[in-house]
Design a protein around this ligand. Structure first.
Ligand SMILES: [Fe+2]
Ligand SMILES: [Fe+2]
Length: 278
């Protein structure tokens, strides 16, 4: 599809915006671009040799899942960052890479260099190979991975046009007491809050039951209880107005305890969340 007659605008036209309008009674609309699930799948000689063919296989998996798109994930991320210039804020909600390799993070850093964005981690950011997640791997690789991005990928907030945009890591379906403290401090500002995270908010986050996977990942009972308390706070705090996530790779909307909740499809398919708050 790509040819020499195509300009930057044509590539941007290949993006597939999921257009969302949310009414909060703002004086002036705020426009947010959400990007998620790019799944960069690259490796080179600095990681184990078998990761090079493995990475090629993963690229093929996402190419097929996206039904043979015009652009590869790198191309779509370039397009989306160009497109983001027309928005008040850009939020990237994780699975930017498919696995933790030097090449993936070099490329991610290069593509985002000098750009303004908020970023939270997904479930793929820390794994050397999908399927090998653990809290130990996450804690051990956190500083290296964070060094490739601006901001704080655990939780950060930004006030834009009277809206408090919160971007928080829940990549393993769990929240933390540090996030709860930040959320409470942000709520004290009295502004409507929009919560962006990787995994869609769901009822299983509100109960201590069924947390066997969390235990397997290395979470303590105390950390699991703290996660449930944080998720419950997100439901109970009236200033939290809506949730925006990724992870499922397709667009979806649901009502979560009276709050609009959105899942945005994967950028490896060309999908972006085009969110207007007014
Ligand atoms: Fe994903
Ligand atoms: Fe994910």
């Amino acid at each position: 599809m790509e040819n020499s007659n195509m300009g930057k605008e044509d590539f941007i036209m290949m993006l597939k915006p999921n257009v969302i309008n949310l009414h909060l009674g703002l004086e002036k609309p705020v426009r947010i671009l959400q990007l998620t699930d790019v799944h960069l799948s690259l490796s080179d000689e600095r990681n184990k040799e078998d990761m090079i063919p493995y990475a090629a296989g993963r690229r093929d998996v996402f190419f097929r899942e996206a039904e043979f798109p015009e652009r590869d994930p790198i191309g779509y991320l370039q397009d989306a960052m160009e497109y983001s210039k027309g928005f008040d804020c850009t939020v990237i909600t994780g699975d930017l890479v498919d696995f933790n390799t030097y090449k993936n993070y070099d490329v991610a850093k290069e593509l985002l260099a000098g750009k303004d964005y908020m970023f939270c981690a997904g479930n793929h950011e820390f794994t050397p190979k999908p399927g090998t997640d653990s809290m130990e791997l996450k804690r051990g690789s956190w500083d290296y991975i964070q060094s490739h991005f601006r901001g704080n990928m655990h939780i950060e907030s930004r006030i834009v046009g009277g809206v408090n945009i919160i971007c928080a890591d829940n990549g393993f379906r769990l929240w933390t007491k540090e996030q709860l403290a930040v959320l409470k401090a942000e709520a004290a500002r009295g502004l409507p809050m929009l919560v962006f995270c990787h995994v869609p908010i769901a009822n299983d986050m509100l109960t201590l039951e069924g947390k066997d996977n969390a235990r397997k990942l290395g979470y303590t009972e105390e950390e699991i209880a703290e996660s449930v308390a944080t998720a419950q706070y997100l439901v109970d705090e009236p200033l939290v107005k809506a949730f925006f996530a990724g992870h499922g790779h397709h667009n979806h909307y649901w009502d979560f305890h009276g709050k609009p909740s959105y899942m945005i499809g994967g950028l490896f398919k060309g999908i972006v969340g085009e969110i207007t708050i007014d």
